[in-house]
Design a protein around this ligand. Structure first.
Ligand SMILES: NC(=O)C1=CN([C@@H]2O[C@H](COP(=O)(O)OP(=O)(O)OC[C@H]3O[C@@H](n4cnc5c(N)ncnc54)[C@H](O)[C@@H]3O)[C@@H](O)[C@H]2O)C=CC1
Ligand SMILES: O=C(O)CCC(=O)C(=O)O
Length: 413
């Protein structure tokens, strides 16, 4: 199943509960605008290389569109469309004054040098600079991009439009970035994991966690949760699964990946090395945190999942058929549009600071982030109870209802 079809199925389930009529459903679901561009650069060896870039602007009823940039070989229009749509509901779930967008380039950044990634980023900005801006569409980091890519993006955009760091978030802290943006998604995942586990009557020390993906989100979630006394028994990245039933030494693990030239876990000890996807099926894992790609839990592998709780740190990790099976089995799923909303929340704080030429302390960022995440969690928990629906359907209902209301108030119908 393609990514956008999966998002549409989740959308339809919530729209049904909200009794939204078919024409309005279509208006809410279809993207405002989809941009596809050719991005050509000279590689370090002098050869020309061609890539395809995308920016999908899904909805702007609640404010400027917001969403990350993904550099990954699997990026295509369908995936970006699905991710842009998720951003619309996500910004609404945490009540930010934003709509949703997403972008990306079909490229494996681990095969490019830093200078090649810089040229690629600048060439992409050359193609899309006139459709993004601080009041229209504000990009940010996602898979395969980081603060450096944000910095090159801003610098190139400002060559056309002049100084305005609010054009992009997730920038380096010394270049108008917010303190706490880098950790924000992982921190939000951690905060809500602690909350949910306690709500379910489980004890952190007795709740084993496995995290798929050990990049920005996975590493910060692991750090937060190990500090909260959870045993992190397994983590994985593209190189494999690394398992220790006694709990991995997370501090050592972070030191190890920081030293690795590509940030990989390979070579870490002491642990057992298993095939990459083995992480999903470990017997002694209570909380599974997918924090890599979408579409990893499917009809084919869902029966092998042993966890009682799944926290969707990644966007779209569970396909709809698998979601139904998990619900029938009583597995609690904290959906992506809530679980990983910490990143866009602190992006909003960065944008606010940039617009005010002011800087918040890390303490203030963390306090406001925790408040936003906790408030959104309670709203969704109550909605799920009241309507007897899953946390996912409840989150979609909140997000869609807010966007629907903004659409009506704007007089678009
Ligand atoms: N960076 C952010 O602030 C936000 C990220 N997300 C989502 O979180 C997920 C991860 O994003 P980042 O951490 O930023 O990406 P990243 O590029 O920093 O890290 C990705 C990690 O996933 C691993 N990985 C890739 N394919 C894998 C596979 N098949 N099996 C196991 N590991 C695999 C990579 O080796 C790497 O460790 C994505 O779904 C992204 O959309 C969501 C909200 C915000
Ligand atoms: O920080 C942002 O603006 C967006 C992050 C993002 O792409 C996401 O939440 O999936």
């Amino acid at each position: 199943m393609r990514a956008f079809e999966a998002t549409q199925i989740f959308f339809d389930a919530a729209a049904e509960h909200l009794k939204i009529d078919p024409a309005m459903r279509e208006a809410l679901l279809m993207p405002n605008r989809e941009i596809q561009v050719q991005v050509s650069i000279e590689m370090d060896n002098g050869q020309l290389a061609n890539f395809v870039g995308f920016r999908v602007q899904h909805d702007s009823a609640r404010g400027p569109m917001k969403g990350g940039l993904r550099f990954h070989p699997k990026v295509d229009l369908d995936e970006v469309r699905s991710l842009a749509c998720l951003m619309t509901w996500k910004t609404a779930v945490v009540n930010l004054p934003y709509g949703g967008a997403k972008g990306g380039i079909g490229v494996d950044p681990t095969r490019l040098s830093e200078r090649e990634i810089e040229r690629l980023t600048r060439a992409f900005v050359d193609q899309i600079h006139d459709v993004v801006g601080p009041d229209s569409d504000i990009p940010a980091p996602d898979m395969g991009t980081d603060h450096l890519v944000m910095s090159w993006f801003r610098n190139q955009w400002e060559k056309y439009h002049g100084f305005n760091p609010a054009v992009i978030t997730g920038k380096p802290v010394e270049e108008y970035g917010a303190r706490g943006r880098e950790e924000a998604t992982g921190r939000g995942v951690g905060t809500l994991t602690v909350k949910l586990v306690r709500r379910l009557g489980m004890k952190p020390e007795a709740t084993n966690i496995a995290i798929q993906g050990f990049g920005n989100v996975g590493t910060h979630a692991a750090k937060f949760l190990s500090e909260a006394q959870f045993p992190i028994v397994a983590v994985s990245d593209v190189t494999g699964t690394y398992y220790n039933p006694e709990g991995l030494e997370v501090r050592e693990l972070l030191r190890h990946t920081m030293k690795h030239p590509k940030g990989f876990i390979e070579g870490f000890e002491p642990c057992e090395v298993l095939p990459r996807d083995a992480l999903l099926n470990l017997e002694d894992v209570s909380v599974l945190i997918p924090a890599a790609l979408g579409g990893v839990i499917t009809e084919e592998n869902v029966d092998d999942i042993r966890a009682k709780v799944i926290i969707e740190a990644a966007n779209g990790p569970i396909l709809p058929q698998a979601d139904i099976v998990l619900q029938e089995r009583g597995v609690i799923v904290l959906p992506d549009i809530l679980a990983n909303a910490g990143g866009v929340t602190v992006s909003y704080f960065e944008w606010v600071q940039n617009r005010q030429h002011y800087r918040w302390s890390l303490d203030r960022v963390r306090q406001e982030l925790d408040h936003t995440m906790n408030e959104a969690f309670e709203t969704i928990w109550e909605t799920a109870k009241k309507h007897n629906v899953s946390l996912r359907t409840a989150a979609y209902m909140i997000g869609i209802a807010r966007v629907h209301r903004a659409t009506e108030l704007a007089g678009m119908i």
